[in-house]
Design a protein around this ligand. Structure first.
Ligand SMILES: Cc1cc2nc3c(=O)[nH]c(=O)nc-3n(C[C@H](O)[C@H](O)[C@H](O)COP(=O)(O)OP(=O)(O)OC[C@H]3O[C@@H](n4cnc5c(N)ncnc54)[C@H](O)[C@@H]3O)c2cc1C
Length: 438
């Protein structure tokens, strides 16, 4: 991963004067923070975006690039015993756990399991739907303004299945989603081979082509272009440590490389690091971390993948990126700061080579990212309980790229007293005090 030398401001703008004051400080320049800053700015607020690194260098750096309009059901904890038993063996490419971390993550997993009951999952699905439905339009508007059209592909993504039984079950699931009006194309093995000749070797029994989503060929660069748009419109991007945030009698203050900065409002959009800051202000948030890896491969001459393809039963994504073909892994439960463990990526890579001639890896070591997850599968968007002027926008889990701009809009509408485009109640940060039945 790219990082600047300590003290360097890299591409950061400089504040005009020490002791700077703005209407709102946004802490965290990932896709969520940058989107929030843009939406606040569009509503007439002066905004400073604070990060300890350049924009887009956190989790937003290395995702699979899917703007997942078709993901209308959140990523739930498995409820089938056979799946749980398979994961418990800890040999899967889709999910791995560090046994030493299980005791730490157990309370999160228990809550996550409860929220994944059919009844609670239906609640979570309804809660996420307005953000997912708004995802493409919100990105399209930013992309047009940021001149980032070169990073966008509008040809959906493909879910590939290895066996006829898996394929048949997937078709039934698509039919169950018919009310959502999502556009799909069902591809049998021959049709799939025609769409993706590089995977025509026969390992795929059938595929579903989801046509509504869009994909991004460089998610980090997308976040940086959005940040540049924010700067071009007069916003300030400053280097600073969010841990220096302090509440005073009438405002919020943070130390930046350019000196102290004050504002009436402060937004916590620190992705996986948000829980620590919330805890410091007496607001415990059950933020769990699902780690995930990526590595790029240089496809041999003449081998080309036209779409992002998800090997569903195995559990990884192959996404054509500007850098090369990006393989992203599923979930790893391990301490956020534990060293990388490449076994899951190696498992996925082995299975991917059954589908496509991947060529050589481009990096010696894979990238490791941290998905910020709340156990009820929806983010916290709104006021921080009991802390006037402090706002939350984090916990976007598997779909932060997708719903970042829509979440930014919702929070900006709440902060500026506009009528929100959707009811913010499902994202209330105070909801974790309440008990949930499984
Ligand atoms: C392998 C993988 C694949 C994924 N694929 C997809 C996908 O295809 N589609 C999708 O929608 N989502 C995907 N996701 C999820 C998505 O990437 C995340 O939900 C999203 O990036 C979260 O954005 P964020 O802005 O909340 O966090 P981040 O991008 O992590 O931003 C937080 C920022 O806060 C900064 N920060 C942290 N602590 C401090 C501090 N103390 N002081 C100052 N700054 C600080 C960090 O430097 C960082 O820039 C994937 C995730 C992974 C790991």
């Amino acid at each position: 991963m790219v990082s600047n030398p300590p003290g360097s401001l890299g591409g950061f703008a400089r504040a005009s004067a020490p002791g700077l004051r703005v209407d709102a400080i946004v802490l965290g320049a990932g896709i969520v923070g940058v989107s929030t800053a843009l939406h606040l700015q569009a509503r007439g607020r002066s905004v400073a975006l604070i990060d300890r690194r350049e924009p887009g260098e956190g989790t937003s750096f290395g995702n699979a690039g899917l703007i997942e309009r078709s993901s209308v059901v959140p990523y739930a904890f498995p409820r089938r015993l056979a799946t749980i038993a398979r994961y418990a063996l800890n040999r899967s490419a889709a999910m791995r756990y560090d046994p030493r971390h299980l005791a730490v993550i157990a309370p999160f997993l228990l809550q996550y399991w409860r929220h994944s009951s059919p009844r609670n999952l239906a609640v979570a699905t309804r809660a996420m739907l307005p953000l997912v439905e708004a995802s493409i339009a919100e990105h399209d508007a930013f992309i047009a303004a940021a001149g980032a059209g070169d990073l966008l592909r509008a040809n959906g993504w493909i879910a590939a299945w290895r066996t006829p039984a898996q394929f048949a079950a997937a078709i039934r699931e698509v039919e169950a989603l018919r009310d959502h009006g999502l556009r799909t194309e069902i591809l049998d093995a021959r049709a799939f081979a025609a769409v993706e000749p590089a995977m025509a070797g026969g390992a795929v029994a059938g595929a579903i082509h989801w046509l509504d989503p869009k994909t991004v060929s460089d998610p980090a660069e997308l976040t940086k272009r959005y940040a540049r748009l924010f700067e071009a419109r007069g916003g300030q991007v400053l280097r600073g440590d969010a841990a220096s945030l302090e509440e005073t009698a009438d405002d919020w203050r943070v130390e930046t490389a350019e000196g102290p900065l004050a504002a009436r409002d402060a937004v916590v959009a620190l992705g996986p690091q948000s829980g620590v800051l919330a805890g410091r202000f007496g607001i415990p948030m059950p933020l769990g971390i699902k780690r995930g890896y990526h590595r790029h491969y240089r496809l041999p001459d003449g081998v080309l993948l036209h779409h992002s393809v998800v090997d569903e039963a195995v559990g990884y994504v192959l996404a054509p990126m500007r850098t090369g073909l990006r393989l992203t892994t599923g979930i790893e439960f391990a301490a956020p700061d534990a060293p990388a463990n490449t076994i899951q990526l190696e498992r996925a890579e082995r299975r991917a080579r059954e589908l496509i001639d991947l060529g050589a890896p481009l990096e010696a070591t894979p990238w490791l990212g941290l998905r910020p997850c709340l156990p009820d599968m929806r983010p916290a968007i709104g006021p921080a309980p009991g802390r006037p002027g402090l706002w939350f926008n984090f916990g976007h889990a598997h779909h932060g790229l997708t719903v970042g701009p829509a979440s930014g809009r919702l929070l900006a509408e709440m902060m500026t007293g506009e009528t929100p485009f959707t009811d913010p109640a499902p994202y209330d940060a105070g909801r974790f005090g309440r008990r949930v039945r499984a």
